[in-house]
Design a protein around this ligand. Structure first.
Ligand code: ZN
Ligand code: ZN
Length: 385
């Protein structure tokens, strides 16, 4: 990763080079655009805090600055198509590629996590007869209940990204026919876990169970804490400030999970409070089969990266870092889950994992959370929200 101070020096050199280039490109069609890009780089660099947070007179934090770097690099690559001189074209190509590389290399790597061997990645049937999961784009939902379970005899955990109602409904029909769920259980209320919640709860006339501390985000009262794109690790993190975090309102269907850990109508399972990623985050645990539905308390792909979110690989890390405002609580939650020593786990993001390699990796993550769980940078490392 390029240190921020070196990055500032590179910006100054870049702005100067662009303006010199413009001055020497007399009678060339790129003279004006090149000068404008140079002024633009100088302008946003002077307004950059060269830190993760804006400060007085320098309103642009580094994660925004990186996007601007990439944009002006792309502009220079586009400009290269308009010059005839091979030398000028090569210089513009080189500079554009350099800028985009610098933008990427200035991004922190994100949490390192713990990788797991391929054989720990669980094919669905190994999870047991009473559970299955469905990937909806970048997020998973889980079905608890044996295939063919009757009306009000099964449970849905979480409700996917917006637009996934049809996919969840179809998967439910394949598994349970026309029968409706007893309830929808929520690990937490982030937008990518409640996308189809309103539609499905209404259609199935099903209660929604969530931890009381999560209710303000499900009854229109409070937005989630701002994202922390400075955690790095990839484009999901870089763009996370754009993700919705305003509350939804499902008050009509919402109920509180009973304080004693029970889940009404689901005797074999308990809920476990696993805050940190959100205040009322819970995981679901079946002690008989040692199956864990962990939500985002742990995930099994590098969710900060778009590529890893779309093509998940097997690994274990703490919660998605850009959306986690309390790391101390998140660490305790990971430790709590590791103590359960699950046989298999379905998480909010990434493939299901099973077996001894899962337990070892989870244990390693919990005991070395400082190095393997935490991001290098986040506004919330020192001041939880
Ligand atoms: Zn989440
Ligand atoms: Zn999530």
């Amino acid at each position: 990763m390029i240190p921020y101070r070196l990055h500032a020096a590179l910006d100054a050199v870049s702005a100067a080079a662009l303006m010199l280039g413009s001055a020497s490109a007399r009678r060339s069609p790129i003279r004006r655009p090149l000068g404008a890009i140079g002024m633009f780089v100088a302008g946003y660099s002077l307004a950059t805090s060269y830190n993760d947070r804006p400060k007085a007179g320098r309103p642009i934090p580094m994660h925004m600055h990186r996007l601007l770097d990439a944009a002006q690099g792309a502009a220079c690559l586009a400009l290269a198509t308009r010059v005839e001189s091979p030398l000028a074209r090569n210089l513009l190509h080189g500079y554009g590629a350099f800028s985009m590389t610098a933008a990427v290399l200035s991004s922190p790597p994100g949490p390192s996590g713990v990788s797991v061997p391929d054989q720990a990645v669980s094919p669905g049937k190994l999870l047991g007869a009473d559970i299955a999961y469905l990937r909806c784009g970048i997020v998973n939902v889980a079905f608890i209940g044996a295939e063919g379970a009757g009306d009000r005899q099964w449970f849905l955990v979480d409700a996917g990204i917006p637009g996934s109602a049809a996919a969840i409904r179809d998967a439910a029909r394949r598994r349970f026919g026309r029968s409706r769920p007893a309830a929808i259980l929520l690990t937490h209320g982030h937008f990518d876990h409640v996308g189809a919640l309103q539609v499905l709860a209404r259609e199935w006339d099903a209660p929604i169970y969530a931890h009381p501390a999560e209710h303000p985000y499900l009854t229109g009262q409070r937005p989630y804490a701002p994202a922390a794109p400075e955690v790095g690790g990839g484009t999901m993190a870089e763009l996370s400030w754009l993700f919705p975090r305003s509350p939804i309102d499902v008050s009509g269907h919402l109920r509180a999970l009973p304080a004693d850990g029970r889940i009404p109508g689901l005797d074999a399972w308990r809920w476990v409070h696993t805050p940190g990623h959100t205040p009322g985050h819970v995981s679901f645990w079946n002690d008989g089969t040692r199956t864990l539905v962990a939500g985002d308390a742990i995930v099994t792909t590098q969710q900060e990266s778009v590529m890893a979110a779309l093509f998940p690989q097997g690994r274990i890390q703490g919660p998605p870092a850009y959306f986690t405002p309390d790391w101390r609580a998140a660490q305790h939650s990971v430790q709590r889950l590791a103590e359960l020593a699950p046989q298999s786990v379905i998480t909010g993001h990434g493939p299901a994992l099973h077996g001894p390699a899962l337990r070892d990796a989870l244990h390693e993550l919990a005991s070395d959370f400082h190095y393997k769980g935490l991001p290098v940078a986040s506004r919330y490392l020192r001041d939880p929200a």
